[in-house]
Write a protein that binds this ligand. Sequence first.
Ligand code: ZN
Length: 373
Amino acid sequence: MPTGYVFHPHYLWHDTGTSDGLLPPDPSAGIPPGTHVGNADTTRRIHDLIHASGLLRDLVAIEPREATMTELLRVHTSDHVQHIKQQSDQPRGGDAGDGYSPVGRGSYRIARLAAGGLTELVTRVAEGEVTNGYALTRPPGHHATADHAMGFCLFNTIAVAARHAQTTLGLPRIAIVDVDVHHGNGTQAIFYADPTVLTISLHQANCFPPDSGALRENGAGAGAGYALNVPLPAGTGHAGYLHAMHQVVLPALDRFAPDLILLAAGFDANVFDPLARQMLTADTYRQMTRLLVDAAGRLCHGRLVAAHEGGYNPWYVPHCALAFLEELAGTTTHLPDLYAAVVAGYAAEPLLPHQRTPIEVAAQLIDRIKPAT
Ligand SMILES: [Zn+2]
């Protein structure tokens, strides 16, 4: 069965405005105006490369819709939803709350279109129209908690889709694997006490948010054991991430036995990314995807659905995303990976002892997940 693909031009119209990369411009403080690092260019280039590669012909295009208020309120407070709407209704937009998360004029409906796009894709997978899929959505979602936005994220797209799958699609056990280089703190917080949703985040230790994503954050109450974190030291590359997949992600998925695997597909662990210091290549993303496709095949009828998250290098992220999507769709395109030779040295970096340690500690926590009966 084919792979679904969600995209809409409005995802590119989420306007992150004038910025000095991260900060609002402030000439008196010496902060010059420029472009926000979360602008639309990288996302546009991903879609363009997917199109130019010919891969689009092999995919089933799924038209996104806006998430309904019922769907949003399964995850977010009413106050939070109204706050984003108010910021979005201002003539020139505003900020979602932390000073780093611009809300463009009209971004409220675009964020709903992102959450609804993934939700629709999950629905089509559950109904068997497609096996798996990728929603190239924007704005991202994994930092957003129930009641506040953060780190460019307005609504938690993947959490909205997870709750929809549980409540209306008959898929009670959800695993969320987050490979964005930053901690999936919002998703973790939403499901922290919930043993029906296993969250696993691979991220750069001590990156963003500050003091978030430590090994000791392992779930609470009935959800104790169902939040797994693998905080990888800066400089971790292909060998480290593959080791984490084999030692933590795959055994945890096997033990949990989900009905659906959601992937927070951030590509900002790539070696050229400006917002982190990890060393992944397009081939790393390809190999991680292959492992997840295999896991979904043996555990949940292939149901693996990805939401786009971060990735801030406009020229390399598209190649990482294409490698990921080729693997998800089980095909290859005619486009060679011209960067493979450039990154060959990085890719050859071995697994180092200080990278191995957090992986080994996280692996010991898997026993806290009750085996599925
Ligand atoms: Zn990120």
